[in-house]
Design a protein around this ligand. Structure first.
Ligand SMILES: [Zn+2]
Length: 260
């Protein structure tokens, strides 16, 4: 069961129960219309649906259970990516409220399944991609969601990173008067998301430090998707290369950047 608690739950008949095989990320669509697609998605003749819809005012509707069921938005891409329709037309940019809504959905997926905080332009990498990237296998919609909205995906990811990086009460960062501790020496190996996951004391040490600064991640010494998502969000915040790889700069920034 994976229903987003900020979305209005409006289940539709157009779906394939238990049809999801993977959680690779999210596909951005444009609706080319100005009203909730619920009625359209809930009649079998349309043969269409999506996981989500975000209105221009930022309200969110969810039509299928993203954790298990397959929506019908992007043909062969439905098994592996979730989908979000956005109200409006390709000639119109997403409103700020829509960017916020899509970012909230993305942050939710990042927490649940480790969707990486990255924009991708293909149908294999995990991240935030777009409908036309799938070509004919995804129904042949090269103009969905259009260049304007495609270019706004970076803003969506940046906002999702902010949402994920927000400190939580139990792990609130120390007051700013306390000086940051000196960075321990970089362990000498690049820590990245791999299979099997990298593990070790250096991973644990970095996780402890990030957690002390209010980032939500487990201190288990294993560099999994959650750690990688936090690393990427942290890199975006610190204007480092957002590659989720902990090299000397990212390592040092975790200690030398001021605790605020
Ligand atoms: Zn589309």
């Amino acid at each position: 069961m994976a229903r987003f608690d900020r979305a209005t739950w409006r289940p539709v008949i157009n779906r394939t129960p238990n049809g999801r095989t993977e959680q690779r990320g999210l596909v951005l669509h444009v609706q080319a219309d100005d009203t909730s697609p619920f009625g359209w998605f809930n009649q079998s003749s349309s043969q269409a649906s999506s996981d989500f819809w975000v209105s221009k005012s930022g309200s969110i509707e969810q039509y299928v259970d993203t954790g298990s069921d397959r929506a019908w938005a992007q043909a062969a891409g439905n098994r592996v990516y979730a989908s979000v329709e956005t109200e409006g037309y390709p000639s119109e940019p997403l409103t700020p409220a829509q960017i916020e809504g899509v970012a909230q959905i993305y942050a939710w997926g990042a927490r649940l399944w480790g969707w990486p905080l990255q924009v991708v332009d293909n149908t294999t990498d995990r991240g935030l991609t777009w409908h036309g990237a799938g070509g004919s296998a995804w129904g042949g919609h090269p103009d969905c969601p259009g260049e304007i909205r495609k270019a706004q995906r970076g803003a969506i990811i940046a906002r999702a990173a902010e949402l994920l990086g927000a400190p939580t009460a139990p792990t609130a960062p120390a007051p700013p008067t306390r000086p940051a501790p000196t960075a321990p020496a970089w362990p000498g190996r690049y820590i990245s998301l791999r299979s099997p996951y990298m593990r070790g004391d250096d991973v644990r040490r970095w996780q402890e430090r990030m957690r002390a600064r209010g980032w939500q991640l487990d201190v288990d010494g294993v560099y999994g998707p959650k750690s990688a998502a936090a690393a990427r969000a942290f890199q975006i915040e610190k204007r480092l290369t957002p590659d989720s790889i902990i090299g000397p700069a990212t390592w040092a920034a975790a200690w030398t950047a001021p605790v605020t």
